[in-house]
Design a binder for this molecule. Structure first.
Ligand code: FES
Ligand code: FES
Length: 151
């Protein structure tokens, strides 16, 4: 076990965990923020996507010891009132079906728009590799374009 001081959604947490513990377990089981989901556990689905600094990472394989001083943002901290442009566009387009993958999709989309404020179809296709078992891909693309226009 080892002690780490991490900042999640602008709040500091002291955790004492195995250095190899994936960030996802720290977020869900130790801190208790359950908006970030477990899907595959092997970096394939993106359900566990959070931001490390401005970058989207798949937290199911990201060891806590590698976080360093980077700030972590989860879906709970993306905006104060659920009014991030991506969240508003998601509602307007009514993207979600079962919803399970959607927090990861939203975090991936928010990181994409930070890097590419006006993303091309190619930017969206190559960056949004999160899996949606309900097949909401067309609505995700539409919502990303809408969020880009409104940002
Ligand atoms: S749970 Fe992390 S990529 Fe699937
Ligand atoms: S909305 Fe059901 S898995 Fe994506």
């Amino acid at each position: 076990m080892a002690a780490y001081s991490i900042t999640v959604n602008k709040k500091k947490y002291e955790v004492d965990v195995d250095p190899q513990m994936p960030l996802l377990w720290v977020i869900r089981d130790v801190i208790g923020l359950t908006g970030t989901k477990f899907g595959c556990g092997i970096t394939q689905c993106g359900a566990c996507t959070v931001h490390l600094g401005d970058v989207a990472v798949r937290s199911c394989v990201f060891p806590i010891e590698s976080v360093g001083n980077e700030k972590i943002t989860t879906i709970e901290g993306l905006s104060e009132k659920g009014d991030h442009p991506v969240q508003l566009a998601w509602k307007e387009v009514d993207v979600a079906q079962c919803g399970y993958c959607q927090t990861g999709q939203i975090m991936a989309a928010a990181a994409l728009l930070k890097e590419h404020p006006i993303p091309s179809d190619d930017d969206i296709r190559t960056t949004m590799t999160n899996i949606c078992r309900c097949g909401t891909y067309n609505r995700i693309k539409k919502a990303i374009k809408l969020a880009s226009e409104k940002s």
